[in-house]
Write a protein that binds this ligand. Structure first.
Ligand SMILES: Nc1nc2c(ncn2[C@@H]2O[C@H](COP(=O)(O)OP(=O)(O)OP(=O)(O)O)[C@@H](O)[C@H]2O)c(=O)[nH]1
Ligand SMILES: [Mg+2]
Length: 319
């Protein structure tokens, strides 16, 4: 094991061969995978929320360096599935493992290792071909003693299961601690080769998907229990408003916020539509920043009965 601290030598050197490849982040729901992806990319490419199962598809974020291109694949949290959606999400994660050059296993510093982490670690132990890096996330939430204990526990877990961690790296995505160092450590594990994405691309996520995600992120805020899982968002249409002067464009975006039961409608919409309006305002600001153009956002709430368990509905919603 080697635990790296900020004082390690950065690996960048102008003589080094150019490297390009994929690293995926896996871990329990809520471990901080998407927040870390965004911190490494330096832009929001994946939505985040203080709720499990925020991420529902793989999101690629691209880190550009002079001597390398590191493509991060943020995956949904691996968990014990309770619905067909849950099973699909887990499938997505496992398929990704087979396709990447290095696997980053995210474990939050502020929660003791639990059965969920063990379950993932056991599966990782079976993957021999890619190096595995243990990433201790959210280090800003703990003191140095707790962090040291977590480092030891993770090292121990590796030994127990026969996983040889290529590195164990403590990071804080929100306090920007050791984030660049993590990239420095991952890059040498990538194969030599030319850049895979054009310079400046930060993600390959389609605009329409990104917009739907920003709306879902705003809709997730403050909802509890089963409701976060029940929300899905689809952007139906994006049309530039006609008869606008060239210097005053407006983009009309029509989106549906799906829920699973009629009883959830009231919570999403709120008294006199207040909550839905807030979701609209909050996400519109972010969408405008993303697109660089003023937007008129039209949100409708629709019931897609039990969509998480219904193969036909799942297909319609893109799963
Ligand atoms: N204090 C602190 N909070 C963090 C950090 N990283 C993530 N969080 C918080 O942890 C929560 C979960 O973060 P996400 O990045 O959405 O977690 P995730 O692993 O992508 O979750 P899923 O997509 O549901 O699997 C959010 O509320 C984040 O703000 C960190 O470095 N420090
Ligand atoms: Mg996520």
């Amino acid at each position: 094991m080697s635990v790296r601290s900020q004082s390690s030598e950065p690996s960048a050197s102008s003589q080094a061969p150019h490297r390009a490849g994929f690293a995926c982040f896996v871990g329990r729901p809520n471990a901080g995978k998407s927040t870390l992806t965004n911190a490494l990319v330096g832009h929001k490419v994946a939505i985040t929320a203080n709720q499990p199962q925020t991420t529902r598809h793989t999101v690629r974020g691209i880190v550009h360096r002079e001597d390398a291109q590191l493509i991060l694949v943020d995956t949904p949290g691996l968990h014990k599935p309770r619905t067909l959606l849950g099973e699909r999400l887990n499938d997505v994660v496992r398929t990704t493992w087979a396709e990447v050059d290095v696997i980053g296993f995210c474990l939050p510093a502020n929660e003791k290792l639990g059965p969920g982490d063990r379950f993932i670690a056991k599966e990782l132990a079976g993957i021999k071909k890619s190096p595995k890096v243990a990433i201790i996330t959210k280090t800003d939430l703990v003191d140095s003693k707790t962090l040291a204990e977590q480092l030891i526990a993770v090292d121990q877990l590796g030994k127990e299961l026969g996983i040889e961690w290529a590195e164990i790296v403590p990071v804080s995505a929100t306090a920007n601690k050791q984030v660049d160092l993590l990239a420095d450590l991952l890059i040498p594990m990538l194969p030599e080769g030319p850049a895979l994405y054009p310079e400046g691309d930060l993600t390959d996520e389609p605009e329409q998907v990104m917009i739907a995600e920003l709306i879902r992120e705003a809709a997730l805020e403050g909802v509890r229990d089963e409701l976060p899982h029940s929300i899905a968002v689809v952007v139906e249409e994006m049309i530039p408003r006609e008869d606008r002067p060239a210097d005053k464009p407006l983009l009309d975006i029509h989106a549906f916020v799906y829920i699973e039961r009629p009883s959830q409608k009231g919570i999403i919409i709120g008294p006199k539509g207040k909550r839905l309006k807030e979701v609209g305002i909050k996400s519109r600001k972010q969408i405008e920043a993303l697109l660089g153009t003023p937007v008129f956002l039209d949100l409708h709430v629709k019931v897609a009965k039990d969509w998480q368990r219904d193969p036909r509905q799942l297909r319609k919603l893109g799963f």
